[in-house]
Design a protein around this ligand. Structure first.
Ligand code: C2O
Length: 345
């Protein structure tokens, strides 16, 4: 038997993606030519901060970045809707697997989940920096694993017209509603202090008790020729709280269509998506730095690649192995308290 290869997207042939209601949606980015390989360029390390504690200068900058992104021409791959489409194309069948045109390519439900989303946020943040001409700007993280962060952060809920606002969120889950990190459709709210305790225990379970191995944490191997529809490969954090935060935030039109945040094709249309995923990405750093975890060394993980448009609107090929050292990417996370590390607190 031949050695396996990484699962790769066929970026040249983007096709319509399939929405949960089985209708099709075109979320293909503008056609790319002259794809370049990524070269690390960071000279400084910026710190991503918790969304619940940003100041007004930061808030204004953040709004300016997202508004500018929304104002770009719809054909510009850095346009906000185009950025949301990147997520749609990479997860709802917009690409087939390179070399296996009968199998669609997918960045959820496998070991590609963490690295793909890290790269996606990396370019989104770079685009923000470029558009506001501030290379120290960072995305905030939605600190849903600490009690101070267990609501939709206020910067996303402003009732004045704000580019960070999104109307497709569950009206029952706006502040002061406390998030349920283990939420499923139909769950009734608990009183806030009970909910906070349960959330901390969910974090402890998912990050520590259930994430003993690399496969537990990252998800199962996904290689060339694997059928993602039967792989069932999501890691513990992807399953809970990642998926639950999505569905808790989104508005339910019916149980299978929780837009925007609750459905993959539309999730990244809500600016809060990027703060949610910054915290998911932060969990990766915590698992490595505080819980003794380590990255896979399997070449099919390290060499898997994705293609994104960068801040200059040029397509770039990035590999998983190039996102493992955050210093090269030029960011880190503020070292905020992690209350679930000792769940008895
Ligand atoms: Cu790509 Cu939170 O999903």
């Amino acid at each position: 038997m031949a050695l396996a290869d990484p699962a790769l997207p066929d970026f040249k042939d983007c096709i319509d993606a399939t929405q949960p209601n089985k209708t099709f949606i075109n979320c293909c980015p503008p056609a790319a030519s002259g794809i370049m390989d990524y070269v690390p360029s960071a000279t400084t390390v910026n710190t991503r901060i918790p969304a619940q504690s940003v100041g007004s200068d930061y808030y204004n900058k953040y709004m300016e970045a997202i508004q500018t992104m929304k104002n770009l021409s719809p054909s510009d791959p850095r346009n906000f809707r185009q950025q949301a489409n990147v997520h749609c194309a990479y997860c709802d069948g917009g690409y087939n697997q390179l070399g296996s045109p009968k199998l669609f390519y997918e960045v959820h439900n496998s070991w590609l989940f963490f690295p793909w989303h890290r790269w996606y946020l990396y370019f989104f943040e770079k685009i923000c920096q470029k558009l506001i001409n501030d290379d120290t700007f960072t995305l905030p993280f939605w600190n849903w694993d600490a009690s101070q962060g267990m609501q939709i952060p206020y910067i996303y809920t402003s009732s004045v017209i704000s580019p960070l606002y999104n109307c497709f969120r569950n009206p029952d889950h706006l502040p002061p509603s406390v998030i349920d990190l283990d939420w499923s459709y139909g769950d009734k709210p608990e009183d806030p202090s009970t909910q906070i305790k349960w959330n901390l225990s969910t974090m402890y379970t998912q990050m520590i008790t259930q994430s003993k191995t690399q496969t537990d944490f990252f998800g199962k191997a996904y290689r060339a020729g694997d059928d993602i529809t039967t792989l069932d490969g999501a890691g513990q954090i992807e399953q809970t709280p990642h998926n639950n935060v999505h569905s808790w935030t989104g508005t339910a039109f019916d149980q299978s269509n929780l837009i925007d945040m609750g459905a993959l094709y539309s999730a990244a249309r809500d600016p809060i998506f990027y703060a949610h995923h910054a915290n998911v990405d932060r969990m990766w750093t915590i698992w490595l730095n505080k819980l003794g975890g380590s990255n896979f060394t399997d070449p099919d993980w390290l060499n898997a690649y994705f293609i994104f448009y960068n801040e200059e609107a040029n397509p770039v090929r990035v590999r998983v192995k190039d996102c493992l050292d955050l210093t090269n990417l030029g960011y880190q996370y503020e070292d905020v308290p992690i209350p679930w590390l000792d769940v008895s607190v």
